[in-house]
Ligand binder design. Structure first.
Ligand SMILES: Cc1cc2nc3c(=O)[nH]c(=O)nc-3n(C[C@H](O)[C@H](O)[C@H](O)COP(=O)(O)OP(=O)(O)OC[C@H]3O[C@@H](n4cnc5c(N)ncnc54)[C@H](O)[C@@H]3O)c2cc1C
Length: 366
């Protein structure tokens, strides 16, 4: 069986690793000219299920390395005023394991045939039950299964389920990171807490690697090369639809709404790593319309894009990868049955993931 995956994000790469382990031929096509072409390095909160799915797809010889490059999230669980005085407690907060997306992606890329600068432009089912996929700057390829893991603007979805489109919530999300130094020791109680005032909230979280990623790879799996990333504080602000951010950098957008806030909070934003800070519109994709199962399917944000504030998009994409891998391995001779079995499960938990991410949104815009 040959599986062609469009999109080298977390979901597509996780699936590729899982299928490769099972001896299934795969190739991955990525639109970006290089893996590091865009802002990608944010902290992800991994749920136990997401982590288990990831482990299931990775070769066991990398499990120790995976453990070493994760971090343990701290949960302050407090609501603080802009001068960092406690004014309440957060209700239910997600705690657990955190990962840096950029580092994780490098681990997932190891050993895979990934063709960069190759955007999928369309596909055509063939009479023999296979599918032909077309890409920019490459000859078409024929596969038994084409998986659209090509994110929220999925070109595969545009053909497979044209009525399923992203919806813009109007809410903007500013996210960035600042190296974690002794200067920010006073912010310790604010990690995992919400700082709220002037109609906005700032969320802080630490990414402290159990072992520096490059060092961990050199010691535990020399065939893997990981980027040299230090510990950092991730800051994020959710901005309600009103108000213009035209021409502002992510730092300016946050600083303009936090005038008079504690000097250490201001310094944190001022000293941010500008290359790893960004301003995003929150868009979602809700999986509604089923299609007739065939040699083309979707996974991850391509079919169920959640609000990043839900902290479940990556976990759900990893789950997809693991579920699809298991289905294909269980019945390799019945490929369409395997795809149908995967899609039935994915549609249900994918829709639930989008709903719960949207439920979490209003409390973060104040
Ligand atoms: C700031 C932020 C914080 C987040 N925090 C969390 C969190 O804490 N926990 C969590 O679970 N989730 C989180 N998420 C969500 C999570 O990052 C996404 O849900 C996840 O990355 C989706 O993975 P994916 O593989 O489906 O898509 P992506 O990671 O978006 O990958 C899609 C890939 O496809 C490529 N592509 C696009 N079009 C084409 C084409 N035509 N041909 C070929 N390739 C193409 C893209 O370049 C990209 O590399 C966060 C998201 C953001 C933005």
């Amino acid at each position: 069986m040959r599986v062609t995956i469009s999109g080298a994000g977390l979901g597509g790469l996780c699936l590729a690793q899982g299928l490769r382990q099972a001896g299934i031929d795969i190739d991955v096509y990525e639109r970006d000219p290089a893996i590091t072409a865009r802002f990608q390095g944010y902290r992800l909160m991994l749920s136990p299920a997401g982590l288990e799915a990831l482990r299931g797809c990775l070769p066991p010889r990398w499990h120790r390395l995976l453990d070493a490059i994760l971090g343990d999230a701290r949960a302050g669980r407090l609501i603080l005023d802009p001068q960092l005085n406690p004014i309440g407690e957060l209700g239910q907060v997600r705690t657990g394991i955190v990962a840096d997306r950029h580092v994780l992606r490098h681990l997932l890329l190891t050993g895979l045939p990934v063709h960069t600068g190759a955007a999928l432009t369309g596909y055509e089912p063939r009479d023999d039950g296979r599918v032909e996929a077309r890409f920019t700057h490459r000859d078409p390829v024929t596969a038994d299964l084409l998986v659209g893991a090509d994110g929220i603007t999925s070109a595969v979805r545009a053909t497979l389920s044209p009525q399923t489109r992203p919806t813009d919530t109007g809410v903007r999300f500013v996210i960035g990171r600042t190296p974690l130094t002794g200067q920010f020791a006073s912010l310790e109680p604010a990690l995992g807490s919400k700082i709220t005032g002037d109609g906005v909230s700032l969320l802080l979280g630490a990414m402290q690697f159990r072992t520096p990623p490059r060092e961990a790879a050199e010691t535990l799996a020399p065939e893997v090369t990981l980027p040299d990333v230090g510990d950092y504080i991730r800051w994020a602000m959710v901005l309600p639809p009103a108000g213009s951010l035209d021409g502002m950098t992510p730092q300016e957008a946050v600083l303009s709404r936090t005038e008079g806030w504690h000097p250490d909070l201001r310094a944190l934003i001022e000293q941010a790593d500008a290359d790893h800070s960004t301003l995003l519109s929150i868009r979602v994709v809700e999986p509604r319309e089923r299609w007739t199962p065939g040699p083309v399917t979707l996974l991850g944000d391509a079919i169920h894009a959640t609000s990043p504030t839900g902290g479940n998009g990556a976990n759900t994409a990893l789950r997809d990868a693991d579920v699809l891998r298991r289905c294909l391995i269980a019945t390799p001779q019945d490929r369409l049955g395997a795809v149908e079995h995967y899609e039935r499960q994915m549609f249900e938990y994918g829709a639930e993931a989008v709903r719960s991410s949207l439920d979490a949104l209003p409390s973060l815009t104040r």
